[in-house]
Write a protein that binds this ligand. Structure first.
Ligand SMILES: [Zn+2]
Length: 257
């Protein structure tokens, strides 16, 4: 829409410029030149703004991400939005981990699919995956079961971190085995480049969903819900977009190697 608006302005000014030129033939040369200088500098400004806006629009858009990505085409990816239903995960400043995890997972799904990947989520709503009344272990096993059934190329669990120290902030990615370490590295790099958060690096962890995975599996902790600044960012649509873009970039880098 913006583009059309600017093109119309340029056309309008250009047509006036022609009229002014004809009318100006009856005026003296000094006036004509003055008018021409004024009009051309105005036109220049309009053109500059037009180009700057085009640039901004391009940089902010998913243009590059919309393109089919060779390294992602046909890849099967399982995304696991951590927690759900009776287990909201970490809760702080009125925000809930479970909401961040699902919102980012859905955005990530859209991005990866636009690039040609096949994506499944372990849950699409705020719900438990295992049967009602199941233990935490059974809830985690239910996610592992989905992975064994779907047989994806990679498994990516999305979480929000917490700490008793409200000053601690930043993003980190966990892995269990060596192949998963490569994926963790790639995702962590993509994520930090995109969100510019404190880089808390990657670390080996014995988490249930990681150690019981037969395929490269990572668990991303996007940020700390116990840090007020980060909690607010994690609740924003724009920051969630940046997280999804960063993780998507990392996944595509992993497959391109
Ligand atoms: Zn969690």
């Amino acid at each position: 829409m913006k583009k059309i608006y600017y093109i119309l302005i340029v056309c309008f000014i250009a047509s006036n410029f022609g009229l002014n030129d004809a009318y100006a033939s009856s005026l003296n040369n000094e006036n004509i030149n003055q008018a021409k200088v004024q009009i051309s500098s105005f036109l220049e400004k309009v053109a500059k703004t037009f180009l700057e806006n085009l640039k901004k629009e391009y940089l902010n858009s998913d243009v590059k991400l919309n393109e089919k990505n060779e390294s992602l085409a046909g890849k099967k990816i399982l995304i696991d939005p951590g927690h759900g239903g009776t287990n909201p995960g970490a809760v702080s400043y009125g925000f809930r981990e479970v909401d961040n995890n699902l919102a980012v997972s859905l955005k990530l799904k859209t991005l990866l699919e636009k690039q040609g990947a096949n994506v499944l989520l372990t849950r699409y709503e705020d719900e438990n995956i295992a049967e009602r009344g199941s233990s935490l272990r059974e809830e985690l096993q239910a996610r592992v079961d989905i992975s064994r059934e779907y047989q994806p190329d990679i498994f990516v669990s999305i979480h929000t971190n917490s700490n008793e120290n409200p000053n601690i902030q930043g993003a980190m990615t966990f892995y269990y085995d060596e192949e998963s370490k490569k994926l963790a590295n790639s995702i962590q790099t993509g994520l930090i480049n995109s969100i510019k958060a404190t880089d808390k690096g990657i670390a080996k962890e014995n988490f249930y969903v990681l150690r019981n995975s037969e395929i490269p599996a990572v668990l991303v902790e996007m940020g700390f819900i116990t840090n007020k600044n980060e909690a607010e960012k994690l609740n924003s649509d724009n920051y969630r977009d940046l997280i999804a873009q960063g993780i998507s970039k990392g996944i595509s880098e992993y497959f391109s190697k």
